[in-house]
Design a protein around this ligand. Structure first.
Ligand code: TEU
Length: 527
């Protein structure tokens, strides 16, 4: 037998996303913090994941809950300080876990000293660190671009008589990545955290960071209708996915690889990228000049829940990957609706099996492991700026950001006071402690799936082959040179006749699997 190279952790492993505001409050302000995360690490270990990705923890006015950074190398006081960060990082490493931070390069907060300086005068040395333009010839914004959160992407600055660009809120001015000083400053930011020992970054809206020279108008999207976000009125042709951004991604990667080589510990980059397959795949770069390790694949979030659709989606995605590109899958996030709210609890169990048995690195979002479902946020408690600006179209992100319910004590053990967002309404029965003691719980299913995945190299690293199956069933094989596993997922709530053979390893349903049948809402792994 030839010795195989050991696969890097980010290929084998599973990433767990923590939304720091909502994981665990330790200082009684109703908002989670770093010390709280440290206190709850046993949960993460027991779950059986390999790495934690933390949504932004940097000083921020919180207009977009941390995605508006006022200091890239500090810690938001609400979350702790650098000493608390170092303690958390050490505790994470001591448990054999990795830590990824959230790097937000497209925009800063308007309170960042760089922007304050930039807007102070047209001749400021940092003027060009952001994107300033004169009004259009007849007056008004320089072009037709629309912010992702609605309204023009341009904000008028009366004091200096120019507009600045913002892809998100006006309080999130876009940085100018064509400026070499800005670029160097941001590379220093990455070094700062790499030097402290972080294992990598999730990079926020990576495909946004460079805009087309000359700022041409974006084309109108003929498919737009008033039921979807205002952003979609236009196709973001000139405001995103520019070739120059790929070169910057390659620079990020070179830096990560430099640290990896220096320390012998691979540093990983995940790019947040929403694009069709062909354009998405380019973010891997080439074998000679790689870009991000994992361009986040959000297709499971966006798809209808249907076996035929999923089969095509998996086939098309797999086919789009470059030879050196390792796949990845995401099923929930702080931006997306909860999977259990989308497909219901029984199918959320099937979804868990799907996420953890597809070929590629899965990212699991906090709270999905206990199956948090629909949470209705009362109007007076809505905090999401995107939802507040575009109410009524069902895009609220607060419903996925509710605090982790840990136990049956007051405020679910999350906080000593009323949390910043309401808890899931069923928290007295749907919380970590209760599920820990219930063999039929979502939590125990997740743990079992993660254990099985770790035990079965074919699940972690094997090939995937889609298999023909009756309507309503998604079926695939995961294989390596030693083992062949069959994954059968019944995407319907009816039993379906299916003649499977072999040893059942795990079912999403309790009770023994039934030969010749996939029970309603059953996911089954057979050896
Ligand atoms: O999200 C980027 C993004 O594409 C969002 O606009 C997404 O489409 C939307 O939230 C879905 O409703 C990232 C972060 O994940 C998000 O939390 C930030 O608000 C955004 O960037 C700006 O930094």
């Amino acid at each position: 037998m030839t010795a195989r190279p050991v696969a890097p952790w980010w290929k084998r492993g599973v990433i767990y996303q923590i939304y720091p505001r909502s994981f665990q409050d330790s200082n009684g302000d109703g908002v989670g913090d770093l010390a709280g995360i440290e206190r709850r690490l046993d949960h993460v270990v027991a779950l059986g994941v390999d790495a934690i990705w933390l949504s932004p923890i940097f000083p921020s006015p919180m207009a977009d809950f941390g995605y508006d950074v006022a200091d890239y190398t500090g810690i938001e006081p609400m979350f702790g300080d650098l000493a608390a960060f170092d303690r958390l990082l050490a505790a994470i490493h001591a448990r054999g876990l990795k830590l990824l931070l959230d790097f937000v390069p497209n925009h800063s907060s308007d309170r960042h000293p760089w922007f304050i300086e930039s807007r102070s005068s047209r001749s400021s040395p940092k003027r060009d660190w952001y994107i300033w333009r004169d009004p259009a010839p007849g007056g008004g914004p320089p072009n037709n671009w629309i912010s992702d959160f609605g309204g023009s992407s341009w904000e008028w600055d009366a004091a200096t008589g120019q507009y600045y660009l913002h892809a998100f809120l006006a309080s999130q001015p876009d940085l100018n990545w064509r400026n070499p000083q800005l670029r160097a400053a941001m590379m220093r930011v990455l070094r700062f955290w790499f030097d402290r020992g972080v294992d990598g970054f999730r990079i926020d809206v990576l495909w946004h960071i460079v805009k087309a020279e000359g700022f041409p108008d974006n084309p109108v999207n003929p498919a737009w209708h008033p039921g979807i976000t205002e952003r979609d009125r236009l196709i973001q042709l000139h405001s995103t996915d520019q070739i120059e951004a790929h070169a910057i991604a390659a620079e990020f990667r070179a830096l990560a690889d430099e640290y990896g080589a220096k320390t012998g510990d691979e540093r990983v980059l995940i790019g947040e990228i929403f694009l069709p397959n062909d354009r998405h795949a380019r973010w891997y770069g080439t074998l000679e000049r790689p870009q991000v390790h994992l361009p986040f694949n959000f297709q499971l979030i966006e798809t209808g829940w249907d076996a035929a659709l999923l089969r095509r989606l998996i086939a098309d995605y797999e086919a789009s990957l470059p030879a050196h590109g390792w796949p990845n899958w995401v099923i929930g996030s702080h931006d997306a609706p909860r999977i259990a709210a989308r497909v219901g609890e029984a199918q959320a169990r099937v979804a868990a099996m799907l996420l953890l048995t597809l070929r590629g690195t899965p990212t699991l979002y906090q709270g999905d492991e206990i199956g948090i479902g629909e949470v209705v946020i009362p109007p007076d408690r809505v905090r999401d700026p995107q939802d507040l600006r575009q109410p009524g179209i069902g895009i609220g992100r607060d419903r996925s950001r509710t605090p982790m319910p840990w136990d049956t004590t007051r405020f679910a053990g999350f906080s000593a006071v009323e949390p910043w967002l309401p808890l899931n309404p069923d928290w007295p029965t749907r919380n970590v402690t209760v599920q820990d003691g219930d063999p039929g719980s979502m939590l125990l299913l997740y743990r079992a799936l993660l254990r099985l995945r770790r035990r079965e190299a074919a699940l972690e690293l094997g090939d995937i082959v889609l298999v023909d199956a009756p309507d309503g069933v998604l079926a695939y094989r995961r294989t390596d040179d030693r083992r062949q596993l069959l994954v059968l997922l019944n995407l319907t709530s009816q039993a379906i006749g299916l003649d499977w053979h072999g040893v059942p390893l795990l079912s999403t349903r309790d009770g023994a699997p039934v030969p010749g049948t996939l029970r309603a809402d059953e996911g089954l792994i057979v050896a």
